[in-house]
Design a protein around this ligand. Sequence first.
Ligand SMILES: Cc1ncc(COP(=O)(O)O)c(C=O)c1O
Length: 393
Amino acid sequence: MNDRSHLTTRAARAGAHVAPGAALPLVPALHQTTVYGYPDLASLHRVNNGEERGQAYYRFGHYNGQVLEQVVADLEGAPDAVTTASGMAAITGTVLALAGAGDHVVADRNVYGGTRSLLEAELPRLGIEVTLVDGADLAEVGRALTPRTKLLLVEALTNPTVRVPDLPALSALAGHVGAKLVVDATFVTPALLRPLEHGADLVWHSVPKYLGGHSAAMGGIVSGPADLVARIRQTVVHLGATVGPFDAWMALLGLKTLGLRMQAHSRGAAAVAEFLAAHPGVLRVHHPSLSDHPQAATAAKLYPLGTGGMLSFELSGRPAVDRLIHRLNGTIPLSPSLADVSTTLIHPATTTHKDLPQAELDALGITDGLIRLSVGIEDPADLIAELGAALAG
Ligand SMILES: Cc1ncc(COP(=O)(O)O)c(C=O)c1O
């Protein structure tokens, strides 16, 4: 067939049989394919039946997703992990896999707005009862848990006021009623805290934040014991919520610098928090390194390496917020995400938390003057100079 007249056939099969050399690429190759070819039925069946690790059709799992799963499971100290198309796909798959009609879910009311929407808008329709609590108030959490409770959902650090739930204590409370403690560790990553070591049953992330690190790769990931991960994987396949190979590959590139980035984010945020706390134009700063933080002691115990780049601070009101955003345009942009290597800010009351009633905003401490800053890896002295200039007067 090796002549011009069979060009159409040869082109259609292009590259499928070119074997790689003996050496492995330092960066695992991108397998941008939705399907794989097999030499015989028996080997395809072994992969489909889960007897052998492999790839068949991308929605069931593919090479780049599996590489990311192995790497993150290892970093989390977990037996297994499953990748998903987004962070929301990770928590949706987890909840639907582990709770059903007649069950009960307890969640910290401080969780990310998207997670809260999922809980409040979707779960009651499916017959799953949801109770929201203050995750830092152990007595309130204890009162909410019942023998019907399947899941206790919290964030390792909350958004935007950076509260620090006591994970070992929450794990003990969940354990009493047989509920699983599920921790969103997007703000901290395994470089700063491995929730499974502190009693969590499952840990999950929105990948475009710190894990991927550069606001480029989309995805989610859930790590934990093999039996729970297998159930979640099945639900994720049913939902069709598989991560794309290119996103998984990009996330892996970002992960290589995770440890260094988290050190720089933590150092920068602590320095900026100290500067803002001493500034006369700033009414209040929320950061676990400050002595007036309500969970400073828990933070010191759980986070010996720092708490990452997230902090929030309060100005006198909306005019001061608008002025600051205007003055920082060009250096620290207003951006509806977080955890990039460059510093960004957001106004939670009118963006991430805009759908909450005023009473809820008051309960969460989200005032009109509150700004959340996601401190990047820039030189902290530059950030302090830029913030200082923008706050002047
Ligand atoms: C803390 C946290 N968890 C989960 C999510 C949801 O992840 P995704 O946007 O990847 O679906 C976000 C999104 O901003 C988040 O900030």
